[in-house]
Design a protein around this ligand. Sequence first.
Ligand code: FAD
Length: 475
Amino acid sequence: GGADVECDVLVLGGGPGGYSAAFRAADLGLKTVVVERFSTLGGVCLNVGCIPSKALLHNAELMDEVMELAANGIKFAKPEIDIDALRGFKQKVVGKLTGGLAGMAKARKVEVVRGVGTFVDPHHLAVELTDGPGKATTGEKKIVRFKQAIIAAGSRVAKLPFIPSDPRIIDSTGALELTDVPQKMLIIGGGIIGLEMGTVYSSLGTRLDVVEMMDGLMQGADRDLVRVWQKMNTHRFDNIMLKTKTVAVEAREDGIWVTFEGESAPSGPQRYDKVLVAAGRAPNGKLIGAENAGVIVTDRGFIPVDKQMRTNVPHIFAIGDLVGQPMLAHKAVHEAHVAAEVIAGHKAFFDARVIPGVAYTNPEVAWVGMTEEEAGKEGIKLGKSVFPWAASGRAIANGQEEGFTKLLFDADTHRIIGGGIVGAHAGDMIGEICLAIEMGCDPEDIGKTIHPHPTLGESIGMSAEVFGGVCTDLP
Ligand code: FAD
């Protein structure tokens, strides 16, 4: 049939997965079209995820740090918060980055079609054109005909069925809007997103409760890291409820009343000024007419792919949040490059050994590879070393001696198989351990590498050096 736009590669969704795939495909000489319903490229990550949250976390952390300086003899007055200006700063950060992406798309001659895309058949996508974020469709339609496609339609906030709709009940997007600083907020879900947003609000003055069904916060992270993080964050929380469920939420005039059930449930409903629902994200696989293209989507909305990011339909690929966990931007970008390169005829495939995880809380928690628990389950004979920051000159000078760096290795092969850091800038430092695992390093490779002194990064070298038998226990 007729088409308004023809291309080699259609990319559905303009998030970190989508724009990375489109840019790589264009760089490899393919005529590429991105279909995105929002007015800006960048997806969840740039618009309402990774970037705006870090803009706020950076300011929150500076505020915390400045107040701690009193102990060193430098006193500041209590901070005055202009919440509109802070929101403005965050928006400016987002604008710079999304504007940059638009420029990069243009420079590569990647055409961006703004609208909601639905597959019509295995080679056509119908796009209902939109004007901007949340705006109604213009009523116009465009048909894109493609030779190959990459689905990068991402994920959305998972809704809990029993939660009423009320402006005082927000999700991560609502939390980033920063309309006010509530006195008392409940976070439903003790994962990274909830704890990051909680950190921002707590630094601004909010008292927090958090409720988590599992037996610990930050599932997936090494338990030693989380234990230290929790110790350093007790001042933010009135109540950390683990192995506990939220069973009822009632919006009343005087607040949001929440009832809990489980191990640490308080008796009777609790009152909150705001409730942040951060109970996970749902993939968008079922909202794009994938069935019309013959693409298999699971009941939950994920799209299964092989190591080349190929769906069951050989010329249609899928990447990012909607192909599975972990739902992280750096995973989406890596998969994007694989898909684009395969389409361009390269023999690429997804071969990353590890995908790091980071909670950009205060302090940060970063981990990669196996945890002790996982290694134990797989029957791996484990070597481990922990370097407490209390022995790091730089950490002491910075007043950050409560952190630690941990390395895990396979005692048989001597290869590094995991690592974690809790402390300032943990996320910026974990890359070295990722590289070590990817390159099959022994601890000696890191230990004999000269790290700059005095730095926090030196702690990775130090922890590698204590290998050879000596294991330092946590303070
Ligand atoms: P998305 O970013 O979800 O992009 C999908 C795009 O597709 C969207 O722009 C959407 O509008 C568009 N789309 C969907 N359906 C259609 C359609 N039918 N037609 C047209 N367009 C469509 N990850 C990290 O790695 N680090 C972090 O620090 C981090 N922080 C986060 C903080 C928050 C608050 C949240 C919510 C997430 C965070 N994430 C973080 C996760 C990260 O945002 C996602 O993993 C990442 O955005 C996934 O990229 P994606 O390209 O798969 O999908």
